[in-house]
Design a protein around this ligand. Structure first.
Ligand code: S3P
Length: 427
């Protein structure tokens, strides 16, 4: 992986569009594959994670034509996937492995999912347990990690209380539930992103929602649909924070998804004193969009409660950087799940910010950041984690002097053009 040199200083000006939402893109390909008819997708993420889902679906017999952002998926109908000839490689993508595990569990063939070094360290018991309860045979390594082997078919619906707030687990169970006998209900401990529920509805599947409870009925057929994917709020967050912190910036980030299960970071930034004007636009397929007009401003520290975390889970690294340059102390509570991301992000964020001269430490599952006036140039490692790489790059832009982000090219997981787009808008 390549290193990136970053010159400190400058401001952001103009407008930008971010790649299509990664979470919504995975679901568009997967639901398209399970539907009857041809699904037309516009705005598909160009990132490597979504490409992993495409590769796995192709290996399961799904024809997908075109290239991101415009693709067509020829649906095989519910239960119509083909047995794969070899391993299914999910690459770096937890969403690919967990959601497709739910789908594969509903098919009467055997499959084996593998991933890269990072994914091979991530917990899979969280999907294996409910899928076993539904009747699938699931094998994991001794430590509960990939490879994941699945012998599926003949599932029974269940009512499942997810032990952790995870949209991936919820979605895996719901996707298996479509292939199961009877009803499948998932009850969450806290609301997580609801893209699966929204897209299932757009594909004509009845989804019953009551508070934190969601139910689907096995055998509900999916009808192919046109899916317009919004810009990814998790990618927009890097721009929003950079424009807020780089003095003299004026930036418009256009066409960003405004699903309320994803915009927690905007609420936190507003509490910190950020100047972000949100202009709602018309979205499609149950996912609304907005333009974000950002002017730079001074920030103050904030407390982020554990309840808020599922709504901003992927934005913690960049929000922690905002906190590092805010006046006073910030506390992010209940970040235990961050230890199970592409890297141990809780430790990774604290180490990255400390390298740049900020005060950041993990205390149990909390992250405490005390703001400093300026960051000092540093050499940091992304740990192969795309969100840490992009956070490190922006920290470098905000620091005085020249910084280096090692292993920076992993940004391609969610945002292949990030560095070039950034350099173009920096003045
Ligand atoms: C995702 C859910 C979240 C998130 C991940 C994408 C999804 O993971 O961090 O980037 O698309 O469902 P968890 O379900 O593990 O919280």
């Amino acid at each position: 992986m390549k290193d990136r040199l970053v010159a400190g200083g400058g401001r952001l000006e103009g407008e930008v569009r971010v790649p299509g939402d990664k979470s919504v893109s995975h679901r568009a390909l997967i639901l398209g594959a399970l539907a009857e008819g041809e699904t037309v997708v516009e705005g598909l993420s160009s990132g490597a994670d979504v490409a992993s889902t495409r590769t796995c679906l192709s290996a399961l017999g799904v024809e997908i034509s075109g290239a991101a952002p415009s693709v067509r998926v020829r649906g095989r109908g519910l239960g119509g996937l083909k047995a794969p000839a070899g391993d299914l490689d999910a690459g770096n993508s937890g969403t690919t492995m967990r959601l497709l595990a739910g789908v594969a569990a509903g098919h009467g063939f055997s499959s084996r999912f593998v991933g890269d070094e990072s994914l091979t360290r991530r917990p899979m018991k969280r999907v294996a347990e409910p899928l076993r309860a539904m009747g699938a045979t699931i094998g994991l390594s001794e430590s509960g990690t990939p490879p994941v082997t699945i012998a599926g078919g003949a599932l029974n619906g269940i009512e499942y209380l997810t032990p952790m707030a995870s949209a991936q687990v919820k979605s895996a169970v719901l996707l298996a539930g479509l292939h199961a006998r009877g009803e499948t209900t998932v009850i969450e401990p806290a609301a997580t992103r609801d893209h699966t529920e929204r897209m299932l509805t757009a594909f004509g599947v009845p989804v019953r929602l009551t508070g934190l409870k969601v139910t689907v009925t096995g055998g509900s057929r999916l009808t192919a649909s046109k899916v317009l994917i919004p810009g990814d709020p998790s990618s927009a967050a890097f721009w929003v924070v950079a424009a807020t912190l780089a003095p003299g910036s004026e930036l418009a980030v256009r066409g960003v998804g405004s699903n309320p299960t994803r915009t927690g970071y905007l609420s936190v930034l507003a509490r910190m004193g950020a100047d972000i004007h949100r202009e709602p636009m018309r979205g499609e397929g149950g996912e609304a969009i907005e333009d974000l007009i950002v002017s730079s401003s001074d920030l103050r520290g904030a407390v982020i409660s554990a309840d808020e975390v599922p709504g901003l889970i992927d934005e913690v690294p960049i929000l922690a950087l905002a906190a590092a340059l805010a006046a006073g102390e910030s506390r992010f509570c209940g970040l235990g799940e961050l230890r199970h991301k592409e890297s141990d992000r809780l430790a990774g964020i604290a180490a990255l910010l400390t390298s740049f001269g900020a005060n950041a430490r993990a205390e149990g599952d909390d992250l405490i950041v005390t703001g400093v006036k300026t960051l000092t140039a540093a050499k940091v490692d992304s740990l192969g984690d795309h969100r840490l790489a992009m956070t490190g790059f922006i920290a470098g832009v905000l620091a005085s002097g020249e910084s280096t982000v090692s292993n920076a090219s992993c940004a391609e997981i969610s945002y292949p053009t990030f560095y070039d787009d950034f350099i173009q808008r920096a003045k």
